[in-house]
Design a protein around this ligand. Sequence first.
Ligand code: DAH
Length: 341
Amino acid sequence: MALIDNIPALLEEVKQLTASTASELEELRIKYLSKKGLIPQLMTEFRDVAPERKRELGVSINNLKTAAQERINTLREEIEANGTSTEEKPDLTRTAYPTPLGTRHPISIVRDEIIDIFARLGFCLADGPEVEDDWHVFGAMNFPDDHPARDMQDTFFIEAHPDVILRTHTSSVQSRVMEKQQPPIRVICPGRVYRNETISARAHCFFHQIEGLYVDEKVSFTDLKQVLLLFAQEMFGKETKIRLRPSYFPFTEPSAEMDISCNICGGKGCSFCKQTGWVEILGCGMVDPAVLDANGIDSSKYSGYAFGLGVERITNLKYQVKDLRLFSENDKRFLEEFTSA
Ligand code: DAH
């Protein structure tokens, strides 16, 4: 059927046109009014109609053209009034934008990894307060009264209450556990500790430790060494070696410091291990019988070992963070570099 026989239907169609954006409206204008649009096409067909129909069809085509122009103008005004002339309507069916999740702090990632290794070796978690008393931090841990750690230089005291201090090590949790529980005891105690240090790339006034304590009948230094070797190899890889050097702590006898073969250079020597091939990661030893007795455990029946490691140290070894201050500045660019496995 020729277009020209369809004018009444087209007129109805034009009156019902709708558009909600400027681009939809432009499509309508092109369809009806542009050079190749339907109305110019009708004009072309009009040339060939029989002379007796010219008058009637001429009027209809003009009416159609006017109706189309008017409808399109009305729609343009509506769109402009809604302010949506250039914007697309929001797509209410699309899925939500993803919410960016935070990342885990590197200290938390490494702490949990350490906890996980010791949990597999049968250690339970134990906890104690960061604001402590002198007894749990020093007295119960066999510190002599004149030990330099009791000096204000190293420890944060509260002037009005000299007995209240910020714990300087997680060894205080050893005492908290032993005063409540009889052997067998096998715990690890992660937590934050405080020291009165000037803040620099290599020292901070707070950092994180994990304390380990095992007390039972016939616990020996061999047990300690084996557990620490297993830990080092789980944490840093099967090829990791350990080395124990004699040391001194008031709460252990004998005492040792443990080095691991530097996992950055593989033991060959680098700037991190100061060309020695070894890096110190923890202090340890057999619990001094005086500590067992001071905390209500019979030292003639039981023996134990203890160790304390620095989480920042282990994190530095894993991720080679050069400046301790980065751990507490909360710079998002730094934090987003770490992902837990
Ligand atoms: N408390 C010690 C420190 O802060 C670390 C430590 C050494 C803990 C030997 C222990 C240990 O349990 O046996 O430096």
